[in-house]
Design a protein. Structure first.
Length: 50
């Protein structure tokens, strides 16, 4: 167990809880878009290699 990591993670959760629901949703939507783009890039790389 990495105590420093756990303390940092706890801090992030505490900050997250202070954000308004609208801001949380904006961050969530943005992260989903980033993940989708990364998955699309991975598919493109695999298709080019394969």
């Amino acid at each position: 167990l990495n105590v420093g990591f756990m303390l940092d993670l706890r801090k992030q959760f505490l900050v997250w809880q202070t954000l308004k629901a609208e801001i949380q949703q904006e961050h969530t939507d943005h992260c989903r878009e980033v993940v989708q783009r990364a998955e699309d890039l991975e598919l493109d790389v695999n298709e080019a290699a394969g």
